[in-house]
Write a protein that binds this ligand. Structure first.
Ligand code: TXA
Ligand code: MG
Length: 326
């Protein structure tokens, strides 16, 4: 067991060779680190599920180098998909479309659709170009843990579970939250997961978008991206507006806040920036740091409700605060 963190420029050749050989490689994207395998190789894809202990009902996102790579993977490519791709790729948007038979069942949880994304991180793009393969990659963490935004997070999460995992180090992820997922195989499209490409940005291109799973997705299996609890630290987490801190904070709490008002008398404090983009980029590191600090409870200052840019942050925090389902 164990993981090896290697600067991306040094490890690229080995990473390419490993992906081509059907092995796993962890690599940076602009959203979070991914645990990648050749998306066309059912056995390699099965390795991802084993490493993460991921339920087989949860489909993977398939990463591609550019829009030309879509063709062999899809059964249909709606005009709207082209418009959204033109506007948001490379970038943190996943498009769910009808899939072709080239994509193994394991990658799509047996469903008739596939999620596709062109990432913008140069290391991810280089890996995709040099392998000349589509790469299936969920976030590089054990199932239900907070997604990794540094190479060290990946090593902490998967190191104990994967034998000799190669992790390409590309620094901290700049977006910091998982991609927005939109199903464009149906009309109107469905927003399956909030991300830093916002609903308003999507609707400016696509018109009205419905929030939540389609009837088909809801009737098959709910994917963890859509269940309530996900992205969770081990330590209990609550969300509180700053005006309630005074009456509710306890000395053993850790506080993640963004408004700069009072020096709270706590040992464990993390202040995040007050713009949604910068807040999102720091959130998962803050949750991991608090989780390891030994605090009894993580108190997170309720972020602003508006504007639109905070929606994905609210979504992840609400899930992290939800009590375990099982
Ligand atoms: O930003 C990201 O999307 C990162 C990086 C590595 O690209 N990946 C990521 O993957 O977050 P993962 O596996 O942790 O989340 C993928 C989620 C699934 O849980 C599911 O909700 C949705 O994407 N998804 C993928 N394919 C789908 C499909 N065919 N139909 C419906 N939902 C799908
Ligand atoms: Mg994930």
């Amino acid at each position: 067991m164990g993981a090896r963190i290697v600067p991306a420029s040094e490890g690229m050749a080995e990473a390419v060779q490993r992906i081509r050989a059907g092995e796993l490689v962890a690599f940076p994207t602009e959203t979070v680190y991914g645990l990648g395998a050749n998306a066309l190789d059912a056995e390699a894809v099965a390795g991802i599920f084993a490493a993460k202990s991921r339920p087989s009902t949860n489909p993977l996102i398939v990463h591609i180098a550019d829009i030309k790579a879509v063709t062999p993977l899809v059964a249909a490519w709606p005009e709207l998909a082209s418009e959204l791709a033109a506007k948001f790729w490379p970038g943190p948007l996943t498009l769910v479309v009808g899939r072709s038979n080239a994509v193994p069942d394991s990658a799509t949880a047996g469903g008739s659709t596939v999620g596709l994304r062109v990432p913008s991180h140069p290391v991810a793009l280089q890996l995709l170009r040099e392998t000349n393969l589509p790469i299936a990659a969920p976030s590089a963490n054990r199932s239900e843990e907070v997604s990794p935004t540094t190479a060290q997070h990946v090593a902490d999460s998967l190191g104990p579970w994967v034998d000799d995992l190669l992790i390409l180090d590309g620094g901290s992820c700049t977006v910091g939250l998982e991609s927005t997922v939109v199903d464009v195989s149906v009309t109107p499209p469905h927003l399956l997961r909030h991300g830093m490409v916002t609903r308003a940005q999507l609707e400016a291109v696509a018109g009205r978008i419905i929030r939540g799973a389609t009837a088909q997705e809801a009737s098959i299996a709910r994917s963890p991206g859509m269940t309530t609890r996900h992205y969770s630290p081990q330590t209990p987490l609550i969300l509180l507006p700053a005006k309630r801190f005074l009456s509710q904070l306890q000395p053993t709490d850790g506080l993640i806040y963004y408004t700069d008002q009072i020096a709270w008398p706590l040992q464990h404090l993390i202040r995040l920036p007050d713009t949604p983009e910068q807040y999102a980029a720091g959130l998962y590191s803050a949750l991991r740091d608090m989780d390891q600090s030994g605090v009894q409870r993580i108190v997170v200052e309720m972020p602003p409700v508006a504007p639109d840019g905070w929606a994905a942050i609210h979504d992840r925090l609400r899930r992290a605060a939800a009590p375990p389902e099982r």
